[in-house]
Design a protein around this ligand. Structure first.
Ligand code: AMP
Length: 419
């Protein structure tokens, strides 16, 4: 028996209404902020991610699904979307058409991680990228949008954490200070963090290891070394968040896993999902477009994990998903009418009225049971005396009333579903 790969999940019909509901909220919110949907290929040249995300990040160094195609090109299943969106932005000269491009996506991502609750190998993210402006209003807009979407899912136990990483110069100054602080303490760090000390020193703040956290407790903080421009930018972002009624906390240790961030970084964490608590993360990336070969263009964005959000919603019992139903179920009183039922069903289906009938020669009672199971709003009963008279019986399943309708007057039934 062949099974789905560990860390991947089938989304079965019974889950689809939940997914569609979540996706409809994402679409509606993003479109309300005038973000346009973008879809890019699932795989890209490996260099896009190694250059865009950074060789020293966990994603690139450990987690990518990379393979050689038959032509010997190294390809990678996308582990995140920002690099792909920026590639598409550059490749299609989107900047020439619009000074500011506001883009969003809902798409599967792939990372070779150790699967656990809230951590999969194929998972779905939605996210947004605003490319073309340094305005702090966009940093705030991105955070507000992510927050509003999570709120629309009914989530209560969430916290917005923000930080600023400054511009590269102030960050380099700070890194030197941090290196100085850690110099005599390296031996006490975990193996991973000893590596990070050499390759990606800021990431030591991300470590969950107790020995690392203890040492980092008294480490100098980037926020105390910020340049004036970044500080001013950060103040504006905070002011706009306050104005929008988005509660937040400043977390000076929030550095995020990816290399490309400048100035604002943020995360929204949930208190309802255990150790994998980040539902969403993002920030400003003013150097990424250039790094990937485009003209220098600032940008800011976020990505959120749908499976993890659904887990939080489940634990908070917060999603109010509409009950699934169909418009019409057609019951036949004798099997000889099967072609007529098929014809009638087709008539309504072609009008966009969700209709179903029996294919299994089931009894009238079983057909009625099926209509109830499917939550049919109306049931048509075809056959018997009424049929001899050129009529059918239409039953309203909500209030139990029924009426006879002439077989020539299907318009009357269709109108029940109009608007
Ligand atoms: P990142 O791109 O790592 O900042 O991730 C953004 C969001 O995607 C996280 O906050 C999670 O909600 C989600 N996410 C990241 N990695 C995984 C994974 N392996 N499985 C499920 N969700 C993930």
């Amino acid at each position: 028996m062949i099974k789905a790969i560990t860390g991947t999940k089938d989304i079965l019909p019974s889950d689809i209404s939940k997914w569609k509901f979540v996706e409809s909220i994402i679409d509606k919110t993003m479109q309300g902020f005038n973000y346009k949907e973008v879809r890019t290929p699932v795989f890209e040249e490996t260099a896009l991610f190694s250059r865009g995300i950074g060789e020293a990040t966990d994603i690139v160094s450990k987690e990518m699904y990379t393979f050689l195609d038959k032509g010997g090109t190294s390809l990678t299943l996308r582990p995140e979307m920002t690099a792909s969106v920026v590639r598409a932005f550059i490749e299609h000269s989107l900047a020439a058409k619009q000074n500011l491009n506001k883009l969003y996506y809902i798409a599967p991502m792939f990372r070779q991680e150790r699967p656990q609750a809230g951590r999969l190998r194929q998972f779905h993210q939605f996210g947004a990228e605003a490319i073309g402006s340094t305005s702090p209003a966009l940093d705030s807009e991105i955070i507000i949008m992510a927050y509003d979407i999570l709120k629309s899912f009914g989530l209560k136990n969430i916290l917005v954490k923000i930080n600023s990483l400054g511009v590269p110069e102030s960050r380099e100054n700070y890194k030197a200070k941090l290196r100085e602080y850690l110099q005599g303490k390296v031996a006490g760090l975990s193996e991973d963090s000893r590596k990070r000390f050499e390759t990606n020193i800021l990431r030591i703040f991300d470590s969950k290891e107790e020995c690392d956290q203890k040492i980092m407790q008294d480490a100098p903080l980037l926020i105390d070394y910020l340049d004036e421009e970044s500080l001013k930018h950060f103040e504006s972002v905070k002011a706009l968040l306050k104005q929008a009624g988005v509660p937040f906390e400043i977390d000076p240790k929030l550095v995020r896993g990816l290399d490309y961030y400048t100035k604002t970084t943020f995360e929204i964490v949930s208190g309802s999902v255990g150790s994998q608590s980040a539902l969403c993360g993002g920030g400003r990336y003013d150097l990424l477009v250039e790094q990937l070969g485009g003209k220098p263009t600032p940008g800011v964005g976020f990505a959120a994990g749908i499976e993890r959000i659904l887990l939080a919603c489940e634990n908070e019992n917060s999603l109010n998903i509409p009950v699934e139903s169909i418009d019409l179920y057609i019951v036949r009183l004798d099997n000889g009418l099967q072609p007529n039922v098929f014809d009638l069903g087709l008539h309504f289906r072609r009008k966009g009225i969700t209709s179903e009938f029996d294919y299994l020669e089931r009894s009238v009672k079983a057909q009625m049971r099926e209509a109830n199971k499917l939550n049919a709003r109306y049931v048509i009963i075809l056959g018997g005396e009424e049929y001899q008279k050129g009529e059918l019986v239409l039953k309203n399943m909500l209030d139990g009333t029924q009426e006879n309708v002439s077989l020539d007057n299907m318009e009357y039934i269709a109108n029940k579903f109009a608007g």
